[in-house]
Write a protein that binds this ligand. Sequence first.
Ligand SMILES: NC(=O)c1ccc[n+]([C@@H]2O[C@H](COP(=O)([O-])OP(=O)(O)OC[C@H]3O[C@@H](n4cnc5c(N)ncnc54)[C@H](OP(=O)(O)O)[C@@H]3O)[C@@H](O)[C@H]2O)c1
Length: 249
Amino acid sequence: MSKLSGKFAVVTGGNSGIGLAAAKAFVAEGARVAIVGRRQQAVDAAVAELGPAAFGVVGDVGDLQTHERLIAEVAERFGGIDIYMANAGMNNIEASEAVSVQSYDAQFGSNTRAVFFGVTRALPLMRDGASIILTGSIASAKVLENHAVYAGTKAAIGAFARSWALEFKARRIRVNVLSPGPTDTPILEKLGVSEADRPAFENAMASAIPLGRLATTEELASAALFLASDDSRFITGVDLRVDGGIALT
Ligand SMILES: NC(=O)c1ccc[n+]([C@@H]2O[C@H](COP(=O)([O-])OP(=O)(O)OC[C@H]3O[C@@H](n4cnc5c(N)ncnc54)[C@H](OP(=O)(O)O)[C@@H]3O)[C@@H](O)[C@H]2O)c1
């Protein structure tokens, strides 16, 4: 039997990168999946790729109304949630003295506030024994230059995960963080790594990462599937780093 047959999943940021790869892995194991992202075209393209087991909601997760619309639609179509992957996120690499209030609020809005209210708004629909996965980052464990705000957004969700692992224990809801290291996704281009700069960036990463390369989205997705499924049924409150060992350096 498939690992997630009969399960209902929500993946924020499921229209790109790690979220899309995780949504594909969940569907391949029998789950039905709701994805969320801001770009209509990217959400439509991802739903087309995921097939009839998926539907999309377009909205900004920094806006509470997006969560209310999402939950209403998931309630109608699925009637419950077994897996909630709070994965949407962004990163502005800036020296702290250059960070504007807008940049600070945008990063905390999508990476932290959205996780808190997304999970708490979804809680009434979650079935007992559900799995919550928060996409963190090795930036919360390892100091990366010009990442202070981003590191703060991801450190905060680690605190949410540990608090919630205890708070939701009566319902056997497990809460874990999945922390990627450098992973080959469209976020790299958003951070200013152009196609032309890609080989130099990958070489620099290869020498910095003990396992010698960037992660693939499929490698993150297989860890997400592990945390989503019964394979991790006795694991809660952990931060699973999928980073090729870079946090150790
Ligand atoms: N790739 C890496 O090296 C790396 C390393 C550590 C951690 N991470 C984390 O992994 C997660 C996924 O990133 P990724 O690398 O897969 O990047 P990505 O391909 O850029 O995906 C980010 C996703 O989040 C969505 N998103 C961002 N802000 C949103 C908002 N306010 N409202 C709704 N959706 C929003 C984006 O969709 P729209 O643009 O359509 O809104 C997109 O689907 C993020 O939390 C990121 O911080 C990535």
